[in-house]
Design a protein around this ligand. Sequence first.
Ligand code: C2E
Ligand code: MG
Ligand code: MG
Length: 533
Amino acid sequence: MFDFLNFLELLNNQSIDKALESIKDLFHLAKIDVKLSNGEVIIEYALNNNSSKKPLVCYSNDEFTFEFYNVDSFDDYSKEQINDINVLLRLLSIHQKTSMLTKKVEDAMLINMTSHLPNTHGYMKNLKELSGRIDPKEYNAYFINIKGFGLVNRLFGSEQGDKAICAYAHMINDFLSKDEAMAHLGGDNFCAFIKRKRHDEFVNLVTMCPVKIEAEGKIHKVNLIGVVGYVEINDNDLSYPNIMSNSSIACQYARATKKIVVKLTPELLEMVNSAKRIESIFNEELEKGNFVVYYQPKFDIKSGKIIGVEALSRWINNGNVIPPGVFVPILEKNGEIVNLDLYVLETLCKDIAKYRSLGHNIVPASCNLSRSDFSIPDIEDKVINIIKKYDVKTKDIVIEVTETTNLEENKRLAKFINTMNQNGIMTAIDDFGTGYSSLSVLRDFKVSEIKIDRSFINREILTDSDEIIIGSIIDMAKRLNINVICEGVETKSQAEFLTKLGCLNAQGFLYSKPIPKQDFEEMLQSVGTIYDK
Ligand code: C2E
Ligand code: MG
Ligand code: MG
């Protein structure tokens, strides 16, 4: 008697060879073999060692019905035996089909469904396979996020956005040599494991990738800029934390501080980790005076003279000057940012009052309010009270705010701007042009100034039509008597480009970085202001 139960057990345990062996014995076959071809399970047998393999059963459509070939070969078998072979082969086929599907599911778990390239699991699996063959110490691990990608989706739709992401992902994949690996983690996030000697070549590729996007019957050329965080591998540890976490910390830091490429050093890691403690120590640090105000002047492009200044906070921690990109988002989340913003405003007012009393020429100075500050019902009173407390002339202060997509938040913002206007305090829209800005902003917010975001002149993902739109916004703003300034001007040609578009004021590293108070005072004296007599 054939032992069916044992046969099932063998299939269950994936002992396919033994299961085939038991069929072979039962029917005195010389050979039996099972294979998969185009989703079909094909079982072949040979009656004796001399006969060539002939297909006995070609099997397995969805209903699991048999198709027999060489039926004549069954002449030697009884009806019961043929019935038995039917059942066994049916079981074998079902099992093989299930295994095939399981494998498909397992494979799908290793790839990203948009680009069909390895995802995190696939990446870790590929690294494991690589680890025996290579020396990890010759490699860097990268984490890449595409800058401002949300804007591509908003401008062209998510379907076109996905196509652009796929083009970018495949560009990284095509760059790989056989001993390297990459992953498309999802959305606009990628990682890669690349030989250190190819670092420059790789970074050049991912930080400027031109793709073509089709929308409304037009082809738009868009440069996708990857923000890169990376770490040099110094040991043989290719585990998740060593490969992914550290490079992702470096990438987050690059994004927060608006840099393009950041290498994770032990010092940076320590700084980021200590910044994470900001939540618990913020008030204490503020009281201790460990938050300081840096000043970045604003310039008149033509005369090179100073027309204004912006107060930007820095956290001095263990001798490190920590930029706001690291701590502002954390304070925004827990709502503490308002205390920092009012502290910066107060510091600014004290400084202005001091300069006035010394008879110096001064320029309008701005400070930033976060969106979350507007959830405070009497934020207007708090701002006005500080300005009054130091008897600062309202024309000396500008409050920089950012617009949002949220209708309710924008209504609140409009109320704030109106109250400032009623009290003679100037306001500016910061980071203008980063997505939502339109002519309606100029209608809804009666601000004194718009600050065009630096991504505009860095030509990140703006198209020819955006240039026309921003150009007309500058035009319209000027006609409405709204001052226009561009942030992040780093080169002379950018300044010339702006002048061409009608924007005559600039702030950026071409003129000055944010600098400590003392340095700003000296600059004010040496460079002079447009208000000098
Ligand atoms: P923001 O208000 O748009 O300030 C401009 C940022 O761009 C500053 O970064 C400045 O250092 C940087 N920047 C200026 N010119 C250039 C340039 O030519 N090239 C490049 N690459 N960067 C340039 P910072 O000081 O790191 O501040 C970043 C952001 O943090 C600020 O952007 C502002 O949104 C926020 N922030 C800073 N201080 C405060 C604060 O006290 N309160 C609040 N709520 N936010 C603040
Ligand atoms: Mg600002
Ligand atoms: Mg800005």
